[in-house]
Design a protein around this ligand. Structure first.
Ligand code: GLU
Length: 304
């Protein structure tokens, strides 16, 4: 039996003295306010036991981590037809890149670059009665936690400054791959990204990816084949243009966000979330990547 508590405490101690913690994202002004010294890790294992250290219970802006949840909801609704709207190939480009979109006729490379997540938001917008409310209920249900909510301040901050996302959405719309009003879809997308959750809550929400599509309470949200597919996209595309490096260093499917969070999982074994707001040059949490590298090295648990 792996003693996750002992392992994560060891990791936290080893990273405590690291001085270069990267840079907090500032292109969304509200995120620039966050204290760079925050650090938390939480692990939930397949038997539903939880292990935490540091700021594991403090809520933060999950940003792109939400893209794994929105694509799961869209996949459950639309099935394989979803992949006609968005591809599943790594882009090798930064998360907010536009040039490939133009070359590839408005079909984004994958659901985890911003353009892809905006198309997924459009799919959900077409199928949900009340998109913001229904997506929030979906996340609360899979995590079994009614306290999860959007952070309006962060959402508004991004509505005001999300110029590249506005450009991407309009470009996609010009190719006919957005059905709804661009402003409505973006408002929904920015709210998804503004979800405020802690490391503990993130491991609860991502449990179903680790558990063949079933949440901790045993409710089924995806078939095991669908969960496998989303995990494959997390492995190949979950870390912007650093997905190869994450697979190389950590060896787990996962998803990061510019709020400094990372969630990673080993199917049927555990789900781990880290939070350290300082990012590296590729937009991934600097200490979070180091912590997860240590977690899989010290425990010997990875998909490889
Ligand atoms: N809401 C952010 C954006 O669209 C998400 C970025 C991220 O976490 O990668 O720019």
């Amino acid at each position: 039996m792996t003693d996750f508590q002992e392992v994560i405490e060891k990791i936290a101690r080893s990273l405590d003295s690291v001085e270069d913690r990267g840079t907090v994202a500032s292109y969304i002004p509200e995120l620039a306010q966050v204290d760079k010294n925050k650090f938390g890790i939480y692990v939930t294992d397949a038997a539903n036991h939880g292990y935490g250290v540091g700021d594991a219970d403090q809520g933060f802006s999950i940003q792109s981590i939400s893209k794994a949840l929105s694509v799961a909801q869209a996949f459950a609704i639309l099935g394989d037809k979803l992949w006609q709207r968005v591809d599943v190939e790594p882009s090798g480009d930064p998360f907010n890149h536009l040039s490939l979109l133009e070359q590839e006729n408005g079909i984004p490379r994958n659901p985890f670059i911003n353009a892809g997540a905006i198309v997924v938001a459009d799919v959900l917008f077409s199928h949900l009665d009340n998109p913001k409310k229904d997506f929030l209920s979906y996340v609360r249900n899979i995590a079994n936690d009614e306290s999860i909510d959007y952070d309006e301040k962060v959402a508004i901050s991004e509505v005001k400054t999300g110029f590249k996302n506005i450009a991407a959405a309009n470009l996609i719309k010009s190719f006919g791959n957005i059905e709804n009003d661009v402003d409505d879809v973006l408002d929904f997308y920015f709210h998804q990204c503004s979800l405020k959750m802690s490391c503990r809550q993130l491991t609860h929400a991502f449990y179903f990816f680790m558990n063949g599509g079933k949440c901790q309470q045993g409710r089924k949200y995806l078939t095991s084949s669908q969960a496998k597919r989303i995990n494959a996209i997390m492995l190949t595309c979950g870390f912007y243009d650093e997905a190869g490096e994450f697979a190389f260093e950590v060896g787990l499917p996962g998803k990061s966000g510019v709020g400094g969070g990372i969630v990673a999982l080993l199917p049927n074994k555990f789900c781990a979330a880290t939070w350290s707001p300082g990012l590296n040059a590729k937009g991934n949490s600097k200490l979070g990547m180091k912590a997860l590298e240590q977690l899989t090295t010290l425990t010997g648990l990875s998909i490889f």
